[in-house]
Design a protein. Structure first.
Lengths: 345, 389
């Protein structure tokens, strides 16, 4: 329910980087069909997986079925686990519980491979998603990314911790052998073959026994499709398989964000330089305006001073002239007086 | 020389030094445990919870809170807000140390730290957001280092080298903003690949935008927060320009933070509207989401605005600390609280005390290096020989 919201969200805003073509898996890749209705929970697959992959011996032997009482997930020591779900979840009344095998689903477009920053994971043309411990840094982003919660980590190793997960027995497939679990299954609950043919087999089983199966092949389209496909008689969500993952392959979820990188690199310097230029220009303009204002003020002051000076000069001139005139007048008067005195005498 | 003597004259046995010394000692012991016993020896990490607080706090919060470097240098050198000039050097130093510590902390978290250069030199996983984060952080750390060198070169008296680096300021600033935009956002984009694990209230196709915009808030608030601490503890180192510009920086950054918080609030609401996640509000996670949105986004937005209007420096500084806390809350929510929300509580993660202790140890190392540098190099004051740049 929760991530159903997220699912709709994703459909609503599809990653723009998605082109018109979409990858539907390598043409001749292999797949495994897990018919959940056939599984009896004998753990033979777990034992075979352990032996084939040379994993450490478990605390309880594989013949001990008491481990089925608790829900388990893959660990660094177990690539595959079988979980038991009580019978009351079944739609058709039956006494038998439901057993589900869990391991890497080997996505057609794996989230782990898309998330890995050293390309430690890769999808082989045969269908297996394999891991290369020789380059792994141990960041564990693959574990964050995996929608099926499959990759595990050797937390107790100090020097050479690895991510651990099912390899679809890639080395055996290359030799023409069946994956260990498929070979060991006594009930043919596991079928190995070309993915195309496996899908046909699954569809055929649903067509023939509509009463036995839910009309859905889990893994056909989940997260863009997987190389491990499931048939069930009960709703997948009731047996620990999420039905809210959507059909968008994981790489598409991040392609939009990755696509924005070159645009930011290209556009940001232009934008920033533009802002810089504008702020610089503003500064220049205001500087100029200030200079002009100062100049104008200076000019005004100078003019005023000129005018004052001229006025002062004129005044001084006038005063001087008056003084001369007065002096002349005085001299004349004195001369006149003198002449008069001389005349009397 | 005179500085070294004053330092050595004081007693080394201050309470601060004692506590820091104990933390460093414990940190060193735990470091040995980590690299001899593996992650299991000191962490509660599990197959369901591969990322703990070393990613949630050390990486996500560390990078966000180190955003002050690019925010301040962009404000001063690109937007031309020269009156904030005195804030640049402390912000660059905090940014540089922040990033250096992030890289340091990653050495504890990744399984084989000696292979950290592998994504660049051995095989490039360019489809990974983590590759983008790694590449940008590595480049930006280099940029921050170069941006920081003038202070160190002034301290060492290498004039010509210093003047050469100063000439690169504009280029480095633009480069820094580009790189920061990219990796701040791609830290959020890391979670785009896990829509089935992150609660829909926090998961959004806009996650990269949210992380980028909130990093601006983090950067602004961190500059304010850090300057509060510097004023308190290194007041004697501050020169007149710093003290004079301090009020302007506080008001200016407070105003900017309020504005960006408002924008952030709006784009978060838009994200909820486009994803139609309203109904999740009516749940426990919804209540916690509202605490984050109202308590750590809307509230500081309002308080910053009031603080700026009333020129209330104290209120702005408290708000800055609160906002910094809010960023930590947000990053914790995305990486820990709302991540794996579909799992039963028995499968959820809570950090081991030794994990917390190593984070505390790393922060302490950062504070010690910061103190070492600001008590020696011209960070909080202008070197007299280089007055006016």
């Amino acid at each position: 329910m929760g991530a159903a919201g997220a699912g709709t969200l994703l459909k609503g805003t599809s990653a723009q980087a998605a082109a018109n073509t979409h990858f539907t898996g390598y043409p001749n890749s292999y797949a495994v069909l897990h018919d959940i209705t056939r599984c009896v929970g004998c753990r033979s697959c777990e034992a075979a997986c352990n032996a084939v992959n040379e994993l450490p011996k478990p605390d309880k032997p594989f013949t001990d079925l008491s481990v089925l009482e608790s829900r388990r997930r893959t660990t660094a020591k177990t690539y595959t686990v079988v979980n038991k779900f009580p019978s009351d979840i079944q739609t058709t009344p039956s006494e038998k519980p439901v057993y589900v095998k869990k391991q890497c689903n080997h996505c057609l477009e794996p989230a782990c491979a898309s998330a890995c920053f050293v390309r430690a994971f890769h999808k082989t043309p045969e269908g297996a998603v394999i891991y290369d411990p020789s380059v792994c840094v141990g960041c564990r982003y693959c574990m964050i990314a995996c929608p099926f919660e499959i990759p595990t980590y050797e937390y107790d190793k100090a020097l050479e911790p690895r991510v651990m997960k099912c390899t679809m027995c890639y080395p055996r497939i290359q030799k023409g052998l069946l994956p260990g679990c498929v070979q060991a299954c006594p009930k043919e609950a596991l079928t190995f073959g070309k993915r195309k043919e496996i899908l046909d087999i699954a569809r055929e089983r649903i067509r023939r026994h509509p009463e036995r199966y839910i009309d859905h092949i889990y893994g056909e389209r989940e997260m863009g499709g997987t190389s491990w496909l499931y048939l069930s008689g009960v709703p997948f969500a009731s047996i620990g398989m999420r039905e809210d993952l959507g059909v968008t392959p994981a790489p598409e979820l991040t392609s939009g964000a990755l696509g924005a990188v070159p645009i930011v690199v290209g556009l940001w310097p232009v934008l920033l330089t533009g802002i810089y230029a504008i702020s610089k220009r503003k500064e220049k303009v205001s500087e100029e305006e200030r200079r002009e204002a100062v100049e104008a003020a200076l000019a005004r002051a100078r003019e005023q001073a000129e005018a004052e000076k001229a006025a002062a000069l004129a005044k001084a001139q006038k005063e001087k002239e008056t003084a001369v005139q007065q002096a002349v007048k005085k001299a004349l008067e004195e001369a006149k007086k003198k002449a008069e005195q001389e005349g009397q005498a | 020389m005179s500085e070294t003597t004053t330092v050595s004259n004081k007693s080394v046995w201050t309470p601060f030094n004692l506590v820091a010394g104990i933390i460093v000692a414990i940190g060193l012991v735990l470091t040995v445990l980590r690299f001899t016993g593996g992650l299991a020896a000191v962490t509660n990490l599990s197959d369901d919870n591969p990322w703990g607080i070393w990613i949630g706090f050390d990486l996500l919060c560390g990078v966000a809170l180190a955003a002050g470097g690019y925010v301040t240098s962009a404000a001063v050198y690109i937007f031309g807000l020269k009156r904030f000039h005195s804030a640049v050097r402390p912000a660059i130093l905090t940014g540089f140390l922040g990033y250096a510590l992030v890289v340091f902390a990653l050495h504890y978290d990744v399984g084989r730290p000696w292979r950290l250069p592998y994504p660049f030199v051995v095989q490039q996983g360019t489809t990974s957001l983590l590759f983008e984060v790694g590449a940008c952080v590595a480049l930006y750390l280099t940029v921050l280092f170069i941006e920081f060198t003038p202070a160190a070169l002034e301290w060492l008296g290498l004039k010509r080298a210093r003047n050469l680096v100063v000439k690169l300021t504009m280029l480095l600033t633009i480069f820094g903003v580009v790189l920061s935009t990219l990796h701040q956002s791609s830290l959020g984009a890391l979670y785009l690949i896990a829509p089935s694990k992150l609660h829909p209230l926090w998961y959004s196709t806009y996650l990269p935008v949210y992380f980028f915009v909130s990093s601006i808030i983090a950067g602004l608030s961190m500059v304010l927060f850090e300057s509060t601490l510097s004023h308190h503890y290194f007041g004697d180192k501050l020169d007149e320009a710093h003290k004079r510009e301090s009020l302007g920086v506080t008001l200016g950054f407070g105003k900017a933070a309020s504005l960006v918080l408002a924008g952030y609030f709006i784009i978060k609401v838009i994200g909820m509207a486009t994803a139609n996640t309203w109904h999740y509000l009516n749940s426990g996670y919804g209540a916690w989401f509202l605490v984050e949105m109202l308590g750590f986004v809307a509230l500081p937005c309002f308080l910053y605005a009031v603080g700026v209007r009333d020129r209330n420096v104290k209120l702005i500084r408290y708000t800055a600390a609160w906002t910094v806390l809010g960023i930590v809350v947000n990053r914790f929510n995305v990486s820990l609280v709302a991540f794996n929300w579909h799992l039963p509580s028995s499968q959820r993660y809570f950090p081991h005390w030794m994990e917390i202790m190593i984070s505390v140890f790393i922060v302490t190392v950062g504070i010690l290096v910061f103190r070492f540098i600001v008590t020696r190099m011209p960070i909080l004051y202008e070197h007299p020989e280089y007055h006016g740049h």
